[in-house]
Design a protein around this ligand. Structure first.
Ligand SMILES: Nc1nc2c(ncn2[C@@H]2O[C@H](COP(=O)(O)OP(=O)(O)OP(=O)(O)O)[C@@H](O)[C@H]2O)c(=O)[nH]1
Ligand SMILES: [Mg+2]
Length: 196
C-alpha cells in the first residue's frame, strides 16, 4: 500500500526581517508567497495544512485547514511542526516554510526514498551546501520526542533532529530550489530573476 504524505506549510513566524509583514501573504510576482509554495507542494501530497498565527481567515481562503501554534509564545518553527504532527493522519509529514517559492517538484519522492534506503526516521533537505532545517519529512511518531525537547526549553531544530536517525537528502542538482525570501531586498532579487 502506498504511503500517505501530508504537508504543513509553516507561516507562523514574526517575519521581523520583512518588517513584520506576514511573510506568507506578501506578494511575489502577483501571488502571495505561500501560494507559490502551495503550487509546488500540492501535487506531491494528500493534504496540506497551513500553520499561521495571524491573518488566519486570509490563509483559510487558500482552501486548506489553518492551524495556529498550540503554544502561542512564538517558540519558533518547532511549535508549528508539533501542532501539525498532532493533527495529521498521514504516514509521513512534510514540513516546508512559506518563504521558499521554488521548492523542488520532486521533493517528496526523493525524501521518502532517502528515508527508506537509509532506514532513517526523518530526512532533511540540502541544497548541496547546507541543510535546510525547515524542510523535513518525518514520521508523526516523532511528536513525543519533539514535545520532550520543547518542554525542556530547547528550541533549535537542528539540535532536535540530530538526536534521531536523520538522513540528508541532496538537491544540489537544483541549487536554487531553496531560495529563501526573508527580506524585501531578497524578494526584489527573486522577482527580477523569475521575470528573466
Ligand atoms: N509556527 C511557527 N512558525 C515559525 C515560528 N518562527 C518561525 N517560523 C517559521 O519558520 C520558518 C523559518 O523562519 P524564518 O524564515 O526565520 O521566518 P520568521 O521567523 O518569520 O522571520 P524573521 O523574524 O525575519 O526571522 C518560516 O516559515 C516561519 O514562518 C514560530 O514561532 N511559530
Ligand atoms: Mg526564512
Amino acid at each position: 500500500m502506498s504511503q500517505r504524505i501530508d504537508a504543513v506549510i509553516l507561516a507562523g513566524g514574526m517575519a521581523r526581517r520583512m518588517g513584520g509583514n506576514d511573510k506568507g501573504l506578501v506578494e511575489l510576482n502577483g501571488q502571495p508567497m505561500i501560494k507559490h509554495a502551495i503550487d509546488r507542494i500540492k501535487p506531491q501530497v494528500k493534504e496540506i495544512l497551513i500553520n499561521a498565527n495571524r491573518n488566519q481567515n486570509h490563509y483559510a481562503e487558500f482552501g486548506y485547514k489553518v492551524l495556529s501554534d498550540e503554544d502561542s509564545g512564538y517558540l519558533g518553527p518547532l511549535a508549528g511542526m508539533i501542532t501539525a504532527l498532532g493533527h495529521t493522519l498521514a504516514d509521513y509529514l512534510l514540513v516546508v516554510p512559506c518563504d521558499c517559492p521554488l521548492l523542488p517538484l520532486d521533493l517528496v519522492p526523493r525524501m521518502l526514498a532517502a528515508i527508506d534506503t537509509n532506514n532513517a526516521e526523518l530526512a532533511v533537505a540540502s541544497d548541496g551546501k547546507r541543510e535546510q532545517p525547515v524542510v523535513l519529512l518525518m514520521k508523526p511518531e516523532l511528536r513525543a520526542s519533539m514535545k520532550a525537547f520543547l518542554d525542556a526549553g530547547e528550541r533549535k531544530i537542528d539540535f532536535w533532529y540530530a538526536k534521531h536517525q536523520c538522513v540528508v537528502c541532496d538537491f544540489s542538482d537544483q541549487p536554487n530550489a531553496f531560495v529563501n525570501v526573508n527580506t524585501p531586498e531578497q524578494k526584489q532579487q527573486l522577482s527580477e530573476a523569475i521575470a528573466k
